[in-house]
Write a protein that binds this ligand. Structure first.
Ligand SMILES: Cc1cc2nc3c(=O)[nH]c(=O)nc-3n(C[C@H](O)[C@H](O)[C@H](O)COP(=O)(O)O)c2cc1C
Length: 459
């Protein structure tokens, strides 16, 4: 290898006690029950910025994991991504105590309105001074749909159709409503902004009618950095068209290789460069000063996982009520209208047939993703291998116990990555997009569909 590939890191969180390791809230080192306090979030952001992470990725769901036994009781008892507090409202506080790290909240394009969400995200891009991303999801829980005014979950393809048009609307608002020099602050002329440079977008489509102008002036990045995590063919095409970063989850390097190759091909087919998307597999690190210590820690962590809570989590992730299944039954390949990737991890694993019991035990730590277990050097070896052979651009670091997992990673693994020359010593740019792509422009590149959209307003 001549030039070493530089990797990027995100910290994976959710405004919930132990969102990605079910039951770990009760571990003595876990601080997740303080997720309702600002200090918990400001500390999270400071630790990750100390580790030069690109962003805090904040997952979110708007419903309960009540597929299992058709009841929310297990989710309530075992804190299965519940309580589920709002992801946007913690960002300003984190931004105030940091300078460089970005924030990637999840907001569903299935339930939000583009006109209002464009305003919220632009406001945050202003307040963070260009450090905002948006993880675009289409949502998978039936409990989200029925509590948000629908009779049931919209079929997946239709969710993506809606999301496609949703993005068209926000692109028009972010990129084409206010011209760069619209705001003049001309006191003499009693003019804050020039009306002839602020355009109504006149959007009339299948799902949305938005005739008006964007409510905020252009923010530092205009369009926040766009993340996405679809795994189905339609989800991947959506990512290939719109995303600048994708999150993926799995436990085999082979699966990652296939995913990366496929996604880059789809990206080129959309008229974009193969490297215009950063690929972030999710990893749960378990660090020890020796390999034995790390594996002993792994066993200890597993003993805190809630089996029943994880069964409810996996049922919600896959849309299958596993309370009706025999734990020794093998998980079979099928199509799901929930998260295809979560089912594929077990149903399409080339290396192993998974029984339900094994899948649940695995899913309880790091939502089933790969665990890198060992000394800092061994973990760095895995990272290098997955980056070079799996074509990952970075990693989405999940936690067992929070926030200590992040502290251990930042204090022990990050210095090893830096020593190897595969990780930044300092942030390169000012905005999130500049740091993520090592460019000197905070804006979307010209070959992105938001830029290619023929503007209905700017002549
Ligand atoms: C690492 C990862 C994180 C995700 N985070 C969220 C999330 O926070 N909220 C959500 O509704 N969906 C989340 N998803 C689900 C995806 O956004 C997507 O909606 C889902 O995979 C269904 O589409 P698909 O079948 O095309 O994969 C996540 C998926 C992955 C792999």
């Amino acid at each position: 290898m001549s030039i070493k590939k530089k990797i990027h890191l995100n910290g994976f969180v959710q405004n919930s006690p132990s969102p990605h390791s079910t039951g770990l809230w009760k571990h003595e080192k876990d601080e997740g029950i303080r997720h309702n306090r600002l200090e918990y979030w400001t500390e999270t952001a400071k630790v990750l910025e100390r580790g030069k992470f690109d962003a805090v990725f904040i997952a979110d769901v708007l419903g309960t994991y009540s597929v299992y036994g058709n009841s929310h009781d297990v989710a309530v008892r075992h804190a299965v991504q519940l309580p589920a507090h709002d992801p946007l409202l913690i960002i300003s506080a984190m931004a105030q105590v940091t300078e460089h790290i970005g924030f990637a909240p999840t907001v569903s394009a299935t339930y939000a309105q583009p006109y209002a969400l464009a305003r919220q995200l632009s406001t945050l891009d202003h307040l963070t001074e260009g450090r905002l991303a948006w993880n675009v999801v289409t949502s998978y829980l039936e409990s989200e749909a029925v509590n948000l005014g629908l009779s049931g979950r919209i079929p997946k393809n239709q969710r993506y159709d809606r999301a496609d048009e949703f993005l068209e609307v926000v692109y028009k608002l972010w990129e084409h409503s206010w011209e760069d020099d619209a705001v003049v602050h001309d006191r003499e002329a009693d003019t804050f902004a020039l009306p002839e440079k602020v355009h109504a977008i006149n959007h009339h489509g299948e799902f949305f009618n938005v005739p008006g102008i964007h409510l905020t002036e252009p923010s530092p990045q205009r369009t926040p950095v766009l993340f996405q995590a679809g795994a189905s063919p339609r989800g991947r095409d959506f990512a290939a068209k719109h995303a600048e970063g994708v999150f993926t989850k799995g436990h085999s390097l082979e699966a990652l290789k296939r995913y990366s190759a496929d996604l880059r091909k789809r990206t080129v087919a959309q008229g974009r460069n193969a490297d215009s998307i950063r690929i972030f597999p999710m990893v749960l690190p378990i660090v020890g000063s020796t390999e034995e210590e790390a594996y002993a820690k792994y066993e200890e962590l597993k003993s805190h996982v809630s089996y029943e809570g994880t069964a409810a989590l996996l049922s919600g992730h896959t849309g299958i009520d596993f309370s009706k299944y025999d734990p020794d039954q093998y998980i079979e390949d099928m199509e799901t209208d929930a998260v295809q990737g979560n089912l594929d991890m077990y149903a399409k694993d080339p290396n192993k047939r998974w029984t339900l019991r094994e899948a649940i035990l695995n899913h309880g730590l790091g939502n089933g993703t790969v665990k890198f277990i060992g000394t800092p050097e061994q973990i760095a070896d895995h990272i290098e291998e997955w980056a070079t052979e799996g074509d990952a651009d970075g990693f989405n670091i999940a936690q067992s116990y929070s926030l200590e997992t992040f502290r251990e990673f930042v204090d022990h693994v990050v210095p090893e990555l830096q020593k190897r020359g595969i990780y930044r010593l300092e942030y390169e740019g000012k905005t999130l997009r500049e740091n993520l792509f090592d460019t000197d422009s905070p804006y979307l590149p010209d070959n992105h569909p938001a830029k290619r959209l023929s503007s209905p307003v700017i002549k």
